[in-house]
Write a protein that binds this ligand. Structure first.
Ligand SMILES: NC(=O)c1ccc[n+]([C@@H]2O[C@H](COP(=O)([O-])OP(=O)(O)OC[C@H]3O[C@@H](n4cnc5c(N)ncnc54)[C@H](OP(=O)(O)O)[C@@H]3O)[C@@H](O)[C@H]2O)c1
Length: 267
């Protein structure tokens, strides 16, 4: 199955209400569903999959390994625990959530993902928040490159260099917080103007921009109406000028929470 160019984020979508929201997202047409061990919602995602009439093999489910389980043995136990929590037989994607470079354990975790893939627990393995130097190290130590890198990417932080690096290494880029959490961005005049010109919403313009950059955005919404709105981005296109106007919103300090993977750690 081809990886969809738009997926669904699930951070804070938990329990019965979360399962309902994710089920609605599948109904709206999303086929790639993100989750993480640390969101404590792998079970919720599994439940949404079971509630849906879409067959499991037509869905792509992602989860992520937390920083506290980077040792080889703990990583393997955690992958199995993620499957148990979701009550799934396999994950389509399993990613290392943060490199935590000061711990120097991510290459060991990567070896566990490589082996879990070999044993059929995971279809495709990747990373999140890895800088080029971290990816180079994986390559040097294991010879295996990630299939995707999920990174913070939105108009305030467009990750141009990192995207070029991915392209050179045939790594797919996935954008987290693709709507920059839909706060200040909704008031940006540049975006309002482009949205008016296309008779689209600002969120649709931002997601279309992500698509034209070649990145797989995974917007989250608990509202079925906004889930549908965010899917309706394939019937218009942005001009070169509009693309560069959006690019001009980017800033060196544009990360939402200053989470620079070279320094920031998450366990
Ligand atoms: N790998 C990592 O380290 C990492 C880090 C952060 C996030 N993620 C993943 O990326 C996913 C997406 O990022 P995110 O959840 O941080 O932020 P996001 O998708 O950029 O924004 C989500 C927010 O935008 C609102 N929203 C969505 N569509 C909208 C629309 N059309 N109009 C107005 N508001 C809209 C939502 O509110 P409503 O629910 O009310 O619609 C929600 O508050 C996460 O859910 C998670 O799966 C990964």
């Amino acid at each position: 199955m081809k990886v969809p160019m738009l997926g669904f984020g699930t951070y804070t979508m938990n329990g019965n209400q979360g399962a309902q929201g994710i089920h609605h997202a599948i109904d709206a047409g999303y086929r790639l569903i993100d989750s993480a061990y640390n969101y404590e919602n792998e079970g919720t995602v599994g439940e949404a999959v079971r509630r849906s009439s879409v067959p499991r093999e037509q869905l792509m489910i992602t989860s992520k390994l937390p920083g506290r389980y980077h040792s080889y043995d703990k990583a393997l136990i955690t992958i199995q625990e993620s499957l148990y929590r979701a009550q799934l037989d396999y994950y389509d994607f399993y990613l290392i959530h943060w490199p935590n470079p000061k711990q120097e354990m991510y290459a060991e975790a990567w070896q566990a993902l490589i082996d879990a893939k070999r044993w059929g627990l995971i279809r495709s393995i990747g990373v999140c928040n890895f800088l080029p130097e971290h990816i180079e190290r994986l390559k040097k130590e294991t010879g295996v490159l990630p299939s995707i890198n999920q990174i913070e990417l939105h108009p305030y932080f467009n990750q141009e260099e990192q995207r070029m690096f991915h392209e050179e290494h045939h790594i797919a880029t996935q954008s987290w917080s693709p709507l920059a959490r839909a706060k200040n961005i909704l008031g940006e005049e540049v975006l309002q103007e482009i949205a008016r010109a296309h008779n689209k919403s600002i969120s649709q313009v931002v997601l279309r921009w992500q698509y034209q950059l070649g990145s797989i955005a995974i917007p989250r919404s608990s509202s079925h109406e906004r889930q549908c709105e965010n899917m309706a981005i394939f019937d218009f296109s942005l001009s070169e000028t509009e693309m560069s106007k959006i690019a001009s919103l980017t800033r060196a300090d544009g990360r939402l929470k200053d989470q620079d993977p070279a320094e920031y750690e998450e366990f």
